[in-house]
Design a protein around this ligand. Sequence first.
Ligand SMILES: NC(=O)c1ccc[n+]([C@@H]2O[C@H](COP(=O)([O-])OP(=O)(O)OC[C@H]3O[C@@H](n4cnc5c(N)ncnc54)[C@H](O)[C@@H]3O)[C@@H](O)[C@H]2O)c1
Length: 256
Amino acid sequence: MILDTFSLSGKVGIVTGGGQGLGKAFALAFAEAGADVAIAELNPATGAETVREIEALGRKALLVETDVSSHASCQAMAKTVHEAFGRIDFIMNNAGICQHKPALEVSEAEWRKVIDVNLNGVFFCSQAVAPYMKAQGGGAIVNIASMSGLIVNRPQMQTSYNASKAAVIHLTKSLAVEWAPYHVRVNAIAPGYMNTEMAAPFFADPKFGGEWFEFTPMHRPGEPRELCGSAILLISEAGSFITGETISVDGGFTLY
Ligand SMILES: NC(=O)c1ccc[n+]([C@@H]2O[C@H](COP(=O)([O-])OP(=O)(O)OC[C@H]3O[C@@H](n4cnc5c(N)ncnc54)[C@H](O)[C@@H]3O)[C@@H](O)[C@H]2O)c1
């Protein structure tokens, strides 16, 4: 039956940055869809809470304290997950950071930090899990890009973030081509303004939230849960012929 193709039953996955926000919503949705889920998170306290909530849903879960900007940390994380669960079927590369600052004021360290987490982190984690996927005959990688990788946001200035997310979209296409022979599909989601710890503090400010939602055709932020359907599509058998794609889930923001 068609709905069965969306099931993640029997699959093992990883969510980076799964301690809060979008990552937590993804992790819980994947568990509801039947997967066992490892949380690769910099913050062990929030990561442990997500693990508890996954276990309460009746699935297996594991916290792996991880810094996605470290190649060694990503390699160790993938090894730990594979040792614990025996396979890695999918990874949701979700961990990310944002900085609002005019480009002329951004320091070298600030620039490198955003690129290290948002771009290098996606590459390091993908490179760490792909050998296991290749060895087991396939897998799915989903990268959280942003509409900021497709357009330039206003009024905030966030060049490093925009550039990192645009690079994630092209990294997605490049890896999709390279790893298609291994039956590893690589896709991305480009969310609009979402109601999470990262973005919500700006919503009430007319300078930011006011303008953001005026220019969102649906005139509201998205809820984290509203990204989970497209994520499950990209990971599951239902998305078996989709690769290299970036799905915009932004209430129409990028249509203007
Ligand atoms: N919230 C939005 O409006 C929005 C819109 C588009 C894209 N995104 C993207 O979605 C993703 C999640 O955003 P969010 O709003 O949930 O953010 P958030 O700040 O609420 O959560 C990010 C999580 O990532 C973790 N993290 C940060 N650096 C890490 C590192 N080096 N290693 C491992 N974990 C790390 C944090 O501890 C946190 O748990 C990010 O990639 C973000 O750029 C968010």
